[in-house]
Design a protein around this ligand. Structure first.
Ligand code: DP6
Length: 361
């Protein structure tokens, strides 16, 4: 590092949307490296409504690594943060800005401390995959800051070690997280199946059924399922591999009927695994169940699926309409039958499109 310039600060800001799995990740075969028991497929949302914005800074004047989430300082001591930071520092490259007189050699990154400020524009830990956008954005912005040469898939393998689902938010459009075979995780990474332009008709509506913090985190829920659910074993070995092939085909052909049928079935099986866990885990509530029944009835009355639904580790309903016309109808019907109301716990609706990760720095 150049001695004469110790007062500089280097900064990068990035924005990363969350992603919604249509074939779910549930269960790890390695808890530390975050290696899943099955492949999964997701769609990455538009950053306007559900995204994390992260600014990372490095300076010789910082004396330790620090992080703020939604303006509140949080601890960076957790293994997941440390694993991501270590991996990124390992891959960091030389950096030079002649104008500002800054020169950082690969070995210097070890000694430089980072400050990270992250902001979610949606409820943290309410089943809207905040950790997915959070770790993806953290890894992406640190990789820019430290001049990493790794491609998005290689970065996804680092983000995976922060939170499994985060690896899929490194890409826009439709994304597959390949579980991989290597026990050190080198081949457990995300790949883009189709970009954000591929299936433009789809519109996503999220019913925020509850913005309260969930009782059982995904991490502990899936640990308990791996330990106790026989259905999880069957799902990972027999069901998901076939569904992955069918879902890839449905996405390639923009075949909404197959897409919706697979996404709904997979969400329902994931929640069945939660019920099959001992003690059982209940992520959905009565409002979630009523939304499922309503969408199922509508799809049956139309003769073919118009709307797909999927629920993550919380009661919020993610609905994917086959086009804008259906989305408008869906929103009108939801507002009529499920008006935002404290009695039902339903707070609001969020609209989103598929979109792409972009660098705001
Ligand atoms: C239900 O990625 O939050 O949303 O890897 O332990 O951080 P960790 O879990 P996380 O789990 C997400 C589970 C899910 C399904 C999915 O996104 O595929």
């Amino acid at each position: 590092m150049a001695e004469e310039s110790v007062n500089w600060v280097l900064m990068v800001t990035a924005q990363t949307p969350t992603n919604i799995a249509v074939i779910k990740y549930w269960g790890k075969r390695d808890e530390t490296l975050i290696l899943p028991v099955n492949d999964s497929i997701s769609v990455t949302l538009d950053p306007d409504h559900l995204c994390t914005t992260t600014t990372v800074a490095v300076s010789p004047s910082f004396d330790h690594d620090r992080m703020w989430l939604n303006a509140k300082e949080i601890s960076l001591s957790g293994g997941r943060f440390q694993n991501c930071l270590r991996e990124i520092r390992n891959c960091a490259c030389d950096f030079e800005d002649k104008q500002k007189g800054i020169k950082i050699e690969k070995k210097d990154w070890e000694k430089l401390h980072v400050h990270i400020a992250s902001y979610n524009n949606f409820p943290t830990a309410a089943g809207l995959a905040s950790s997915a956008a959070g770790f993806a954005c953290l890894v992406f912005s640190l990789a820019k800051l430290m001049n990493l040469r790794e491609d998005q898939s290689q970065l996804s393998a680092i983000a995976r070690q922060g939170s499994g689902s985060a690896c899929r938010s490194l890409f826009g459009g439709f994304v597959k997280w390949i579980m991989g075979k290597d026990e050190r995780g080198s081949d457990s990474l995300a790949v883009q199946l189709a970009d954000e332009e591929h299936w433009n008709d789809l519109v996503i509506i999220i019913a925020v059924v509850s913005s309260r913090q969930k009782e059982t985190s995904s991490t502990s829920g899936m640990r308990e399922s791996v330990e106790t659910s026989l259905l999880l074993q069957h799902r990972a070995k027999e069901v998901v591999p076939k569904r992955i092939v069918q879902m890839e085909e449905a996405i390639k052909n923009r075949d909404f009927s197959s897409f919706a049928q697979l996404a709904c079935a997979d969400s329902n099986q994931f929640h069945a695994v939660c019920l099959d866990t001992s003690p059982p885990i209940f992520y959905m509530n009565d409002t979630s169940h009523r939304i499922i029944s309503y969408v199922e009835k509508w799809n049956r009355s139309e003769g073919s699926p118009q709307v797909a639904y999927t629920f993550d580790a919380g009661p919020n309903a993610v609905m994917i309409a086959r086009n804008r016309k259906v989305a408008t109808q869906l929103l009108q019907r939801l507002l009529f039958f499920f008006p935002p109301n404290p009695d039902t716990d339903l707070n609001s609706y969020v609209l989103g499109d598929k979109s792409i990760l972009h660098d705001a720095g």
